[in-house]
Design a protein around this ligand. Sequence first.
Ligand code: GLP
Length: 241
Amino acid sequence: MKIVRARDFEAASRKAANYIFSQITLKPDSVLGLATGSSPVGIYENLIAAYRRGDLDFSGVRSVNLDEYVSLGPEHPQSYAYFMQTNLFAHVNILPTNIYLPNGLDEDAAAQCAAYDRLIHELGGIDLQLVGIGHNGHIGFNEPADKFVKGTHCVELTKSTIDANARFFPCEDLVPRKAYTMGILDILQAKRVVMIACGRSKAKILMEAITGPVTPAVPASILQLHPDFTLVADEEALSEL
Ligand code: GLP
């Protein structure tokens, strides 16, 4: 594991964006595993700026997102498909046919999850997976549990995740209670994993995830076992380490 310390959110975003920048530069047809939440927003801004400068070309990039809310379609402003369009895809030259997220409108969970795992496999696996970390240690939407789930699956979101994500919705009642998420093995099988974590509110869980036991009670702790895992974090998030 490599830990990259950054002064603040802006610096962390720049440093993490550099990993994606070099990944695309070295392998223009990279399969990127992308993430949502507030943490990656600065990374995407840096990537858009690099594209506008003419330094980055997304025309060969394929992207598979970590997760999507069940019941939200791509037109819904709080869906992750919409988030990715507004925060990255609409501003760069990635081909719409190369963009993949779980389909939140598919009511057949088993079929949707199997199809998503098959897709990742058919793409040849993920070259670089970007993740954030939830306050309860979740990655993607792999919530704390008594066992790790390997493949894409449908999860019941925990109260803490619903509360944390309510800030993006008009009210808490509108936060979907379920999501489709890549599983732990999908994430672990990525060739490289880059996590971004910023702010004091992430300090305690980051310390548990990075230095504590590997346990499904703190899903992010599994990343300790990944052979090419980089944590990019600001000083506040690293303050308990
Ligand atoms: C959501 C996403 C996660 C993300 C987490 C943290 O639950 N499913 O992928 O890492 O939020 O979000 P934030 O970066 O806003 O703290």
